[in-house]
Ligand binder design. Structure first.
Ligand SMILES: *Cc1c(COP(=O)(O)O)cnc(C)c1O
Length: 375
């Protein structure tokens, strides 16, 4: 977390500890004012209105609320949902759950560069389609889906458009009007904010999105998400997004330069390929596949220098190969021998060169050991 985010949060743990829903005394008022300001900041960041922001515990909850909430509210209109094979599990798993209830889900494949085929998306829309859910930026390969074009297709066919923007907020410009987005999932901890807080944007006008709440109780968040609001986390979330927007341009430039420098060093060795579109991607994301090395040996070799893990943090309990890389058409062994490098606000130039040097040495050592054992 960014130190500036922590500083913004601290007073709301002890000094201004009121419940923002307690509107009859000054403890509540202080907290309410802070939540109101945070809501405005977040709404402004995506060109929405404050009433359209529903605070949640993160993007997983926002995705669940969007998918199940729309499915429940619109099932008499239709029971078909369209999404991508490369979505995060927070979208894919609710979709599978909805299938078990009798909904139909189309999991669109992606092209070799990780992007959706717009013609294929349009063809998949049926009279009973109620929702299209396509992520803004992929968490593994960093590719940015064409939100403006997808939004236009959905609006034309009067189908709601949800996007999981957990990886995108504060990193690339987002505009729910220009992109015709009806629901958008956000989270704080991917943009140097605290864990455990996020939001769902829910469009109120043209069209007004109906949503069945998934948590019932005190009626907070206009009944769409009950539960006492977590003031410090919400303040930190807004601060993190504010900083992300302020620094978006300078950070993007800086990370792009280093990302390209890292890749140009790594790609000097044979059999290293970039995963995902070369330019339609997050500036801080580099994902490569390495031919002719064993994935688990590569992991072990890189561990002393890098904080590296197998699979996404959200699915490292499983040992299955990445469903995203498989959707790009990779073999299982190549999917295992792939690395996502994440560059961020606190990455240094020195780290880029250290990592490049170590990764190259590791790959070369593994290959020559393999060659020896074949002899
Ligand atoms: C991290 C992530 C999530 C989950 O967000 P949480 O706030 O950790 O629940 C969902 N979708 C994407 C694309 C993510 O990167």
């Amino acid at each position: 977390m960014d130190e500036r985010v922590l500083q913004a949060m601290l007073p709301y743990f002890t000094q201004h500890f009121g419940n923002p829903s307690s509107i009859n005394h000054h403890y509540g008022w202080e907290a309410e004012a802070a939540v109101k300001k945070a809501r405005e900041t977040l709404a402004e960041a995506i060109h929405a209105t404050p009433e359209e922001i529903v605070f949640t515990s993160g993007a997983t909850e926002a995705d669940n609320l969007a998918l199940k909430g729309v499915a429940e509210a619109y099932f008499s209109k239709g029971r078909h949902i369209i999404t991508l094979a490369t979505e995060h599990n927070a979208v894919l798993d609710p979709c599978e759950y909805l299938e078990s209830l009798g909904f139909e889900v189309t999991y669109l494949p992606v092209q070799g560069d990780g992007l959706v085929d717009l013609a294929e998306l349009e063809q998949a829309i049926r009279p009973d389609t109620i929702l299209v859910s396509v992520m803004a930026a992929n968490n593994e390969i960093g590719v940015l889906q064409p939100l403006v074009e997808i939004g236009a297709v959905c609006r034309e066919h009067e189908v709601l458009f949800h996007t999981d923007a957990a990886q995108a907020i504060g990193k690339i410009p987002l505009d729910v009007e220009a992109m015709k987005i009806d629901l958008m999932s956000l989270t704080a901890h991917k943009v140097y904010g605290p864990k455990g807080v996020g939001a769902l944007y829910v469009r109120r006008r043209q069209p007004r999105v109906r949503l069945s709440p998934q948590l019932h109780g005190g009626g907070q968040e206009r009944g769409m998400r009950s539960g006492t609001l977590y003031t410090p986390q919400i303040v930190g979330f807004a601060k993190a997004v504010e900083l992300g927007l302020e620094e978006q341009e300078t950070q993007s430039k800086r990370l792009l330069g280093w990302r390209d420098r890292l890749y140009s060093q790594l790609s000097q060795i044979e059999g290293v390929h970039l995963n995902g579109h070369p330019t339609h991607r997050l500036p801080g994301n580099l994902n490569i596949s390495v031919e002719n090395v064993d994935g688990s040996a590569l992991l072990l070799g890189l561990q002393p220098v890098m904080a590296i893990s197998s699979g996404a943090a959200c699915s490292s309990v499983t040992t299955a190969p990445s469903h995203v890389l498989m959707a790009l058409g990779h073999s299982e062994s190549l999917a295992y021998a792939s690395i996502r490098f994440g560059l961020g606000r606190f990455t240094t130039e020195e780290e880029i060169d250290t990592v490049a040097k170590h990764a190259i040495a590791t790959i070369q050592a593994l290959r020559s050991a393999q060659a020896m054992s074949y002899r």
